[in-house]
Design a protein. Structure first.
Length: 135
């Protein structure tokens, strides 16, 4: 019986407890349908473990935006060697963060539930094709 690797489950935004159920509805890259499910379709984990829990994802999202912005500005400098116009960097920064926003939204919640939620643990007995009898 093979277990789902954590990195694969995080990349595909699977439930942190069973690594099987999808955390989000809709496509991976979608601005209109980027909605987190209430609970895991496989194991029934209630994702918002406390009221307003996903407000904490704002801080993760902020950190991700800083990292994305740093990478975009560094990449722009390495490609263009521009040291005269700040507008190029402003446009790349704002446009890039806007285009990356669906990914930032998803992975801020994935990182919150996987790394910053000590109450949620991986349960290998739920990581199977057939659900246990008590579900
Ligand atoms: Zn689950």
């Amino acid at each position: 019986m093979s277990k789902t690797p954590k990195a694969w489950a995080m990349l595909h935004a699977k439930c942190p407890r069973c690594r099987r159920g999808d955390m989000f509805e809709g496509q991976m890259y979608s601005i209109s349908q980027n909605k987190i499910r209430q609970d895991c379709p496989n194991c029934g984990l209630y994702f918002e473990i406390e009221p307003g829990y996903f407000y904490a994802a704002m801080y993760v999202s902020y950190a991700l935006n800083i990292a994305e912005g740093g990478a975009l500005v560094t990449g722009t400098y390495l490609l263009t060697h521009n040291t005269t116009s700040p507008w190029l960097y402003c446009i790349v920064l704002i446009g890039g963060c806007f285009l990356l926003s669906p990914i930032t939204f998803r992975y801020s919640r994935v990182l919150l539930l996987y790394w910053l939620s000590p109450k949620i643990h991986y349960q290998p007995y739920l990581d199977i094709d057939d659900k246990p009898a008590n579900y």
